[in-house]
Design a binder for this molecule. Sequence first.
Ligand code: FAD
Length: 382
Amino acid sequence: MTAPIVIIGTGLAGYNLARELRKLDGDIPLLLITRDDGRSYSKPMLSTGFAMNKDAESLGMASAGAMAAQLKAEIRTHTEVTRLEPAAQRIWLGNEPVVYRDLVIAWGAQTLRVPLAGDAADAVHPINDLLDYGHFRAAAQGRKRVLIMGAGLIGCEFANDLRLGGYEVDVVAPAEQLMPGLLPPQPAAAVRQGLEALGARFHLGTVVERLDRHGDALSAQLADGRRLDCDLVVSAVGLRPRTELAAQAGLAVARGIAVDRQLRTSAPHVYALGDCAEVDGLNLLYVMPLMSGVRALARTLLGTPTEVSYGPMPVTVKTPACPLVVSPPAADAAGRWVVEGQGADIKALYLGADGKLLGYALTGAAVQDKLALNRQLPPVLA
Ligand code: FAD
């Protein structure tokens, strides 16, 4: 029997790649392996679930069984890949070896954890997949007050969503502004005002140091001496691409698993896609780059080597309290922010020395300029 194309992961990267492969080839053997339950879902929906009153069950779009039938693929759920052995073209699931024709690593990124003192440090909820979301919703049942650690994109989206879901929300984060890695101060202030008008409270420039149980509730001790009472804690302090097993197997790893524009790792017949992959130096934890990768990689795996390219990739942040679209400039792009507007409506343009547009952040009514600006942006990966 021909060895299958093995895909590790059934997130948006793994399932979309399998779909694309099936579209182009009805017969090629496919094996998908996931350590979760293999339900198909759209991860971006996790931060709109409370506003839309959707539990984990209703966010799940298809079971692993339904996906296997639809994709004509074998899907192994609750199964963890524990070792890669590229020299023998196989992987290990505990003691069981699995041989592949080609291997695609699409095992995503893991949530960062901050070490906390106190007897309730284990009560912190990261929300990075449907199972996490299900656990959090169950814990949130009948409770009122949520403390969110982190004011990045995900922390702000959850703040907005949980307020719309009727929870009291306190956000604690070390920087002095929201989304510091993504936004200049003015649009960040606009988003903060929008979320505060919705009732979210921000405690910036400090961190949670300690979390203790007080009867049924929790008490968070902040580094600046303040104490906040809450019922639940969400951790949104960041994500890190999963790279350990790849590094142990000798694959080149940088921030993510290093791949070229054909998504080839440093080992033959091994590819990486999605949140775990660093494509030509770029590790972008968004859906658009992943979908470009899917289209290119399916063709490559079926015999037509195809390089991935990214056009402009603006991100719509799901903070309806203050609409925000951002197209961050490349990390090495020399330029300066030019900001106009006031209150909720901010247009921040990142311009190079020659006046060319290299990135933007738009809030409120300024969001309507995004299509015109997108046409002026350089591609993210030409
Ligand atoms: P994942 O979905 O994390 O999938 C990883 C898979 O690998 C899982 O099936 C897991 O079980 C499996 N796995 C991991 N390790 C192993 C192992 N050792 N063995 C077997 N299986 C393993 N992006 C946007 O562009 N727009 C948005 O609005 C947006 N909103 C978001 C909101 C939230 C709350 C979050 C958390 C992210 C959001 N993102 C958004 C980011 C986007 O959702 C991700 O970039 C994308 O879903 C990543 O998909 P993935 O398949 O690479 O990883």
